[in-house]
Design a binder for this molecule. Structure first.
Ligand SMILES: Nc1ncnc2c1ncn2[C@@H]1O[C@H](COP(=O)(O)OP(=O)(O)OP(=O)(O)O)[C@@H](O)[C@H]1O
Ligand SMILES: [Mg+2]
Length: 465
């Protein structure tokens, strides 16, 4: 965090200083979790659904916080505002404006934001000090906290921007105006929340509308909805993808038995072979998007290819592969799911199978609105089309219907399906069924809760819940 006094902070966010001197200086990042207190940092006390951050002020101060941003006086040096989230946004805008020459990159889209963010940060960090969204902190709270991680030395600020409704991305671009914007794709993620493809396209496109004429919009040439966004920006446009129209293009894409994609990278300046260490063919698109960004700041084609080849998975839980001592391979992609990413994961599984028996453990994909039933049935059918050997569905026997739809779709396409009610039943079934050499993919939306099951099977967790 760039240093800021309580007086300045109060002026920036429209609040009042309480219980402390105006000249107290905040020098470390803002944080909302008192257990992650930073010496000299700013504790942001937000009222949550279950816990109220205001109850944790003492812990944050004893952890070293210099001051608190709060919605009521807390008996410690604080700037008191009406709305903490709004104040965080104002602070973010101020910090970015003070950042001067810092280049801000915004990344949105339905799938691949976090991966493209990590790849972009990896490439940009070869050119200058880079701060990127940790993990998945992509909303109106996580984004300003990320901005507060930037210091005087930061040259690139890489921000994942998530959205659940029209206007969300616009807000994020107001509190951290980007000069480069990437839209990965428009798929079914968050479709239900937005209310259809048109609204999703409208919402994600707010990113390129916010770019200045001197900026750069990085758009997916292979996605009609994303490509159409070029009409909505004043910035220069660079297209990435497999199609011939793409400026940053991949050809000869192959996936080896470890699931790593290989391809030839083409830029307007030349070509170079790339070998990714990330799993799945879908990573090619993410790599191309990151390459388009890094080329813009000066990396040449060779540097792009070399940099992409040294990137390793940075944010966990995405197609995490564990080979157990008994030879069973666990592929944990249960961090989250939508039809787009589930298709990508199933294809990655098949690419990695290399003669192994393939088993998929699937649960609900949430947030699909009216598309939920056809999308889940289609996913079941796809397992047959791709030649998966066995399908296990988890959940839905008594409660929600999603897992049942997957099972119905798979059975209708001729698959053998085991339906289980919950993780405990799935665990018992898997223990009796798995044999050395099997490869097992776990995939569902986070609330469906397959992550602990996958972790336990991989030997990383003790009990299944
Ligand atoms: N370009 C892509 N096309 C299709 N699927 C993808 C792509 N990139 C990633 N995925 C899939 O989506 C999953 C999530 O990837 P990632 O975390 O990068 O996306 P995200 O957009 O950040 O998601 P979230 O909305 O949860 O933040 C991955 O596990 C992978 O299966
Ligand atoms: Mg993400």
């Amino acid at each position: 965090m760039r240093e800021i006094t309580l007086r300045e902070l109060a002026d920036v966010v429209g609040g009042a200083v309480h219980d402390g001197a105006d000249d107290i200086v905040v020098k470390a990042p803002a944080f909302v979790d008192s257990r992650k207190a930073q010496a000299g940092g700013l504790f942001v006390a937000l009222p949550g659904e279950r816990v109220d951050g205001h109850d944790y002020v003492a812990a944050a101060i004893s952890g070293g916080a210099a001051a608190v941003l709060a919605q009521r006086p807390v008996g410690a040096p604080a700037v008191v505002v009406e709305d903490g989230v709004d104040a965080l946004g104002r602070l973010s805008a101020h910090l970015v404006a003070r950042g001067g020459s810092m280049t801000v990159l915004g990344i949105t889209g339905s799938a691949g934001k976090t991966t493209t963010k990590d790849l972009s940060a990896h490439l940009l960090s070869t050119r200058g000090a880079t701060v990127a969204t940790p993990g998945n902190f992509n909303n109106e709270i996580g984004l300003p906290l990320t901005v507060s991680l930037a210091t005087e030395d930061t040259r690139f600020l890489v921000l994942e921007m998530g959205a659940r409704a029209i206007g969300h991305i616009k807000y994020l671009t107001e509190i951290a105006p980007p000069s480069i914007g990437v839209v990965t794709n428009i798929g079914t993620a968050h479709l239900g929340e937005f209310g259809g493809y048109e609204a999703t396209t409208q919402g994600k496109g707010e990113l390129v509308e916010a770019l200045p004429p001197t900026g750069l919009a990085v758009l997916n040439a292979d996605d009609e909805r994303v490509r159409s966004m070029r009409a909505r920006t004043r910035a220069d446009v660079v297209l990435f993808g497999l199609s011939q129209e793409a400026d940053i293009r991949a050809s000869v894409v192959t996936v080896d038995e470890r699931g790593h994609a290989h391809f030839t990278l083409h830029t307007p300046e030349g070509s170079a072979p790339v070998s990714l260490q990330l799993i799945g063919e879908h990573q090619v698109a993410n790599a191309l998007a990151a390459a388009a960004v890094a080329r813009h700041v000066g990396l040449d084609t060779e540097e792009l290819a070399a940099g992409l080849g040294t990137a390793t998975p940075a944010s966990g839980g995405r197609l995490e592969i564990t080979e157990r001592p008994d030879g069973i391979v666990i592929v944990n992609d249960a961090y989250n799911a939508n039809p787009h990413s589930t298709r990508a994961a199933l294809r990655a599984l098949i690419a990695m199978a290399n003669g192994r028996r393939t088993i998929v453990v699937l649960g609900a994909m949430l947030g699909l609105g009216d598309e939920a039933e056809p999308e889940h049935r289609a996913m079941g059918a796809l397992t047959a089309e791709l030649g998966v050997d066995l399908v296990i569905t988890v959940g839905g026997l008594k409660g929600s219907e999603e897992a049942g739809w997957i099972a119905d779709g798979a059975e209708a396409a001729g698959m053998t399906v085991h339906r289980t009610a919950n993780n405990v039943d799935a665990r018992i079934l898997l223990d009796s069924l798995l044999a050395p050499g099997d490869i097992v993919l776990f995939k569902a939306s986070q609330p469906a809760g397959l992550q602990p099951l996958a972790e336990q099977l991989a030997g990383q967790a003790e009990t299944v819940h």
